[in-house]
Design a protein around this ligand. Structure first.
Ligand code: HEC
Length: 271
């Protein structure tokens, strides 16, 4: 018994030591989303604002290669609007009869064009870090949309005396921010190459887009909108899935009641 207790104690100490030493990235704070819960749906206005943020800010570095222009019909755009929107993009097509690739205006059937010709060029332009494709981002990372939102709003200046501040106790003591990288508390590793071309700390700054519906473009608002949009790109059938879930639950409930009464009727003579 004594040995067992000593064993338990030693393990507990060992565990607490390792957790104290290991740097843990704070989990992304939970946000409220229109698509949460069994009755969740996408907020159309937020989706359209989010598309605008992607288009005007993120598309400079991040591709969205699994989304075609024609898919924008899902978020409330007419065929004509989609045609005009697609035509603003330049896509590489070919080869033509001479075997050459050529550029042309986008068509609704085209996918969003990537900002860089290939991954090497993309990384070279971004301090060696590849800006990942955003189509499935909100599904690909732990924390989902909360993570994407946390990254976008988590840029901050690391104070000189961070080692003395409790707030930064999650950072390894030997942490050093590399030149050209920006501190972000929610990014694993905490240094992220997501700085803007004009050397701003983060891709979003208040007012970088002007919303057509008059919504004020704060960093939080734009982050929330673009994350909603990226949730749609990652799971365009979310609303249908949730609607089916509710229908199936109702069906199962009705079936249970029917089966219960059927059972009572069938067994009535026996009992
Ligand atoms: C100037 C280029 C640039 C712009 C503009 C930009 N990003 Fe990034 N982004 C990057 C790079 C580079 C990385 C990879 C960072 C790394 O690995 O250090 C990244 C990483 C990310 C990540 C984290 C990915 C991960 O691996 O966990 C998310 C989420 C993200 N970007 C979303 C966005 C969104 C949304 C926008 C638009 C509001 C945007 N980015 C604008 C360059 C950019």
């Amino acid at each position: 018994m004594k040995r067992f207790l000593i064993g338990v104690l030693a393990t507990a100490c060992g565990l607490s030591l390792t957790t104290a030493e290991a740097a843990v990235t704070p989990p992304p704070p939970k946000q409220e989303w229109s698509f949460d819960g069994p009755f969740g749906t996408f907020d159309r206005a937020a989706l359209q604002r989010g598309l605008q943020v992607y288009q005007e800010v993120c598309s400079g570095c991040h591709s969205l290669k699994y989304v075609a222009f024609r898919n924008l019909a899902d978020i409330g755009y007419s065929q004509n609007e989609i045609k005009l929107f697609a035509a603003e993009a330049t896509v590489v097509d070919g080869p033509d009869d001479e075997g050459e690739m050529f550029e042309r205006d986008g068509l609704p059937s085209d996918y969003f064009p990537s900002p860089f010709p290939n991954d090497k060029a993309a990384a070279a332009a971004n301090n060696g870090a590849l800006p990942p494709d955003l189509s499935l981002m909100t599904k690909a990372r732990k924390g989902g949309p909360d993570y994407t939102y946390a990254i976008l709003t988590g840029f901050e200046e690391l104070p000189e005396n961070w080692k003395e501040l409790d707030e930064y106790s999650f950072l390894p003591r030997d942490f050093e921010l590399q030149d050209g990288l920006t501190f972000n508390r929610y990014f694993p590793g905490h240094q992220i190459a997501m700085a803007d071309q004009i050397a701003m700390a983060a891709p979003l700054a208040g007012g970088v887009v002007e919303y057509a519906d008059g919504t004020e473009a704060t960093i939080e608002q734009m982050s929330h909108d673009v994350t909603t949009f990226l949730m749609w790109t990652a799971e365009p059938k979310l609303e249908i899935r949730k609607a089916w879930g509710v229908k199936v639950m109702i069906f199962v409930f009705v079936l249970t009641v029917l089966l219960y009464f059927a059972k009572r009727k069938v067994w009535a003579d026996v009992h």
